[in-house]
Design a protein around this ligand. Structure first.
Ligand code: UGA
Length: 442
């Protein structure tokens, strides 16, 4: 089946590539000519494990095409997925201008029935606004449908998530739209054990925002419990494990740390809260989730500050710039909180990340970047861990101890075991666990 995807960010590119891989004929459209040109030359605009291989295979098989023209995309196929960004606007609401533009341009260019599918994360009832826009810009009365098909893939495991999702959610209001989407997803539904859910459009739109907000709430909840652990001597890892064994709670998303980041949770929770306010229902629960997330970063900063006493002139090594392992994405990453504040306090920074350096350098040029965690820690007064990359877990602690000026670790991701850090002579502060205060380092 022919499919057009508008927007080739993480969601659009992964979705288009997955559809091509399961046998559809896909055109990916993006208004960034440089990106489209790169993709035609098989250069990936993002780092995502496994994507390059699938893009190359499908371009060579003639199933995956790239274009900068919405007109061309509209002519190419009956089904058009909208996968453009919905960034946060200044007022805390999601900026819908890219989505609106797609609706407008498709309406201006379509000559027969089209199904527009919202893949981007949108506020509930966005479909009504797209419909209104389409009706305004259609040159003649041509039938169309809107559907919602929210995306649940995670960066870093996006390809795996796309081929074996927990569920596929589809919001439709006509049998024809439902049949088209069923046909598109048939190979995935047939091969996996995922649930295929059909519901009304508003419910599908809301499912996405509610799911992301719930996951963010789980993280802020465990971070709040971690603060109580620190005040009482309990251990958050043991508490979380004990909680997670209850199947109703589960072990996922109970890792306490420096707080959630990325392009989705912060933006989606903000947009959801804003929508609640607009509707006249204050989502106070989520306002607290946001507050805890900010406080958590400040709390870790305080641990570093207290341990250093004076930060000025201290050499601080930061391990991890990406918002999580497996991606080069630095959007809303904790590193963007710590680096400017430490620079302001006149620290000398040494930075390491296995793949996010190029993106981070664009935001913070002129800093010192190193190839390995050990090189980064050379001569440091403290190491601050912000991303739990596998390379961090594999560091030779003996070598680390001897390469640092002062053996102080502030671990924002609970990577190491306090007992082992004590044995190696580190002063070790983590999240929700007793600190290891090595007398030699005091
Ligand atoms: C998230 C959702 O998990 C996806 O289902 C959703 O499709 C996506 O947003 C989206 O809306 O596009 P993603 O942002 O890629 O995916 O990353 P996650 O793995 O969910 O992690 C988000 C943040 O939470 C990261 O900063 C991570 O470090 C943090 N986190 C996660 C914790 O602090 N503790 C945990 O236990 C789990």
């Amino acid at each position: 089946m022919k499919i057009t995807i508008i927007g080739t960010g993480y969601v659009g590119l992964v979705t288009g590539t997955t559809f091509a891989e399961i046998g559809h004929d896909v055109m990916c459209v993006d208004n960034d000519a440089h990106k489209v040109e790169g993709l035609r030359k098989l250069q990936m605009p993002i780092y995502e494990e496994g994507i390059e291989e699938i893009v190359v295979r499908n371009v060579k098989a003639g199933r995956l095409h790239f274009s900068t023209s919405i007109k061309e995309g509209t002519e190419f196929s009956e089904v058009i997925f909208i996968a453009v960004g919905t960034p946060l606007g200044h007022d805390g609401a999601a900026n819908m201008s890219y989505v609106e533009r797609v609706g407008r341009e498709v309406a201006q260019n379509m000559k027969s029935y089209r199904l527009l599918v919202e893949k981007s994360t949108v506020i509930v009832n966005t479909n009504e606004y797209i419909k209104r826009t389409m009706n305004k810009y259609l040159k003649e009365s041509i039938p169309f449908d809107i559907a919602s098909n929210p995306e649940f893939l995670r960066e870093g495991t996006a390809i795996k998530d796309a081929f074996s999702p927990d569920r596929i959610v589809v919001g439709v209001e006509s049998e024809h739209a439902a049949a088209l989407l069923r046909e598109i997803y048939e190979p995935i539904v047939k091969s996996g054990k995922c649930e295929y859910l059909e519901m009304d459009i508003a419910s599908a739109e809301l499912t996405k925002h509610a799911a992301n907000s719930f996951l963010a709430m789980k993280i802020s909840f465990i971070n709040a419990v971690s603060r109580i652990c620190e005040l009482t001597g309990a251990d958050i890892k043991q508490v979380a494990y004990g909680m997670g064994l209850d199947k109703r709670i589960g072990h996922h998303f109970l890792n306490a740390g420096v707080g959630y980041g990325g392009s989705c949770f912060p933006k989606d929770v903000d947009a959801f809260v804003h929508m609640g306010d607009e509707l006249g229902y204050s989502l106070d629960l989520l306002k607290e989730v946001q507050r805890i997330n900010v406080k958590q970063k400040e709390h870790i900063m305080r641990k570093l500050q207290q341990e250093m006493w004076v930060i000025e002139d201290k050499t601080i090594a930061i391990w991890g710039l990406a918002f999580k392992p497996g991606t080069d994405d630095i959007r809303e990453s904790p590193s963007l909180f710590f680096v400017p504040r430490l620079l302001e306090k006149k620290a000398h920074l040494r930075l390491w990340d296995p793949i996010a350096v190029a993106k981070f350098e664009q935001a913070h040029p002129g800093l010192k970047y190193f190839d390995t965690p050990l090189e980064c820690a050379e001569g440091a007064d403290a190491v601050l861990i912000l991303t739990e990359w596998p390379q961090v877990k594999e560091v030779d602690l003996k070598k680390l101890r001897s390469t640092m000026k002062c053996p102080i670790i502030i671990d924002g991701r609970n990577v190491f075991e306090p007992g082992i850090m004590a044995k190696h002579g580190f002063t070790y502060h983590s999240v929700g666990r007793r600190p290891v205060l090595h007398p030699g380092a005091r």
